[in-house]
Design a protein. Structure first.
Length: 281
């Protein structure tokens, strides 16, 4: 793992910071604390990056180093219960947590100890305590690498949209979007398609059913005639991109599939209101 210039933050220091409402330097929570192959676990501090963990567990492994993760650090992934490269929400890789409650108490929580706090903390946006460390399952992490969805998003830098749809509707949506982009004379970059699995362990869970997650980039129009020769907005790239985004949303609305939800479009046909997702990480 790359060397860091600061001393690691101890659990005691985090407790004292919580009791006195004192800010901490999160960069000091970036160590791998223990690797125990015999017990099948690795414990890392909250701000450890997935990339540095991959370097520690599989040094020199190009596949592990190149994996796409939704969030850069373990804590950010856990706060949102974000889906990993294999489509499994973070909770599926977690054996237990060590966190400091708002009153400064240090607790180790898991599915067996303080189970309710565990279910609230994973996906809880950091509202139920300050995370000190996470104990992860080595076999689950290895499976995430071997079953990671390939990235087909290329090197494009256009602004992106992420959408969740029922898996059986993903192919039809992509075809519909391509047709609209062709009509607008915009070259649509290849989308990234990832299968997201259902989980029912966390209290604030968003993946209440299986989804196809589509990451779609909306590039600038290639000609001033995009969206119509007489469209005054065509000469303004930002407005054109906004219109393209609305058009993608219309692809879903026209099929009765979706509505925008805080920047994430989620296909609602075949999904009850109670199942409709909020933004994953």
């Amino acid at each position: 793992m790359p060397a860091t210039s600061s001393l690691p933050l101890s659990a005691h220091e985090l407790q004292e910071a919580m009791r006195s409402a004192r800010p901490i330097d999160a960069a000091r929570l970036d160590r791998v604390l223990r690797v125990e192959p015999g017990h099948g676990v690795v414990e890392v501090q909250a701000n450890t990056t997935w990339r540095s963990l991959a370097d520690r567990l599989r040094p020199g492994n190009a596949q592990a180093a190149s994996l796409r993760t939704t969030m850069p650090t373990v804590a950010e992934s856990l706060a949102r219960n974000a889906a990993g490269p294999d489509g499994r929400p973070t909770v599926m890789h977690v054996e237990g947590l060590t966190l400091v409650t708002p009153d400064g108490e240090l607790r180790r929580v898991s599915r067996r100890a303080h189970a309710e706090l565990f279910a609230l903390s994973v996906g809880g946006q950091g509202l139920f305590g300050a995370l000190y460390s996470v104990t992860l399952k080595l076999d689950s992490l290895a499976r995430a690498i071997s079953e990671a969805a390939p990235s087909v998003s290329g090197t494009g830098t256009a602004p992106g949209m992420r959408l969740l749809l029922p898996p059986e509707r993903a192919a039809a949506f992509i075809a519909d979007a391509r047709s609209r982009f062709t009509e607008w004379r915009i070259a649509m970059e290849d989308p990234t398609l990832r299968h997201v699995m259902q989980e029912d362990e966390t209290f604030l869970r968003w993946a209440r059913r299986e989804y196809a997650e589509i990451s779609l980039r909306v590039p600038e129009p290639g000609t001033i005639g995009s969206f119509g020769e007489n469209d005054a907005a065509a000469s303004q790239p930002d407005r054109c991109r906004d219109r393209a985004r609305r058009g993608v949303s219309d692809c879903l609305h026209a099929r009765g599939d979706s509505r925008p939800d805080r920047g994430l479009l989620s296909a609602a046909q075949g999904i009850s209101r109670a199942e409709a997702p909020v933004r994953p990480g």
